[in-house]
Design a protein around this ligand. Structure first.
Ligand code: FES
Length: 140
């Protein structure tokens, strides 16, 4: 997929980039946390939606990404690209980082979320990456 990079205008830039979606697990709780009250994952989803407002990044809620022991959890997807699952997120601290990572990914000229410029929490909190459906490893 070809991207048109427009460096001077953020709004036009994101419109020219590939649509990217953040899935936030709304049922995540930290280990040992009581089951009462709003799940911190839901708070992270709210904060991420607010942070994404006007950026062109879509935020969706999901119940469980099967990363419960290492929550809070979120995934970032882009059509035809790798999917990234993150854990150890904090509802007050990491919403902006998720959106920043999604925007970086949206502007990437290949199907990989760049390491350079990626928010620190999306480096140390990376749980897994999953290839696009048509991916084939190059033979050695
Ligand atoms: S409850 Fe969030 S990953 Fe399972």
């Amino acid at each position: 997929m070809t991207l048109t990079f427009i460096a001077q205008d953020d709004d036009r830039e994101i419109a020219a980039a590939t649509a990217t979606t953040i899935y936030v697990c709304i049922t995540c709780r930290r280990a040992g946390e009581p089951e009462t009250g709003s799940a911190p994952g839901l708070l992270l989803a709210h904060a991420t939606s607010r942070a994404a407002d006007g950026t062109g990044v879509t935020v969706r809620r999901v119940r469980c990404l099967a990363n419960c022991n290492r929550g809070l959890s979120a995934a970032i997807r882009r059509d035809g690209a790798w999917t990234y699952v993150f854990g150890g997120l904090d509802p007050e601290r990491d919403a902006a980082a998720l959106v920043e990572g999604a925007r970086l990914f949206a502007r990437a000229s290949d199907s990989i979320m760049p390491w350079r410029g990626r928010p620190e929490v999306l480096k140390r909190g990376l749980i897994a990456r999953v290839p696009p459906i048509d991916f084939e490893e190059e033979s050695e």
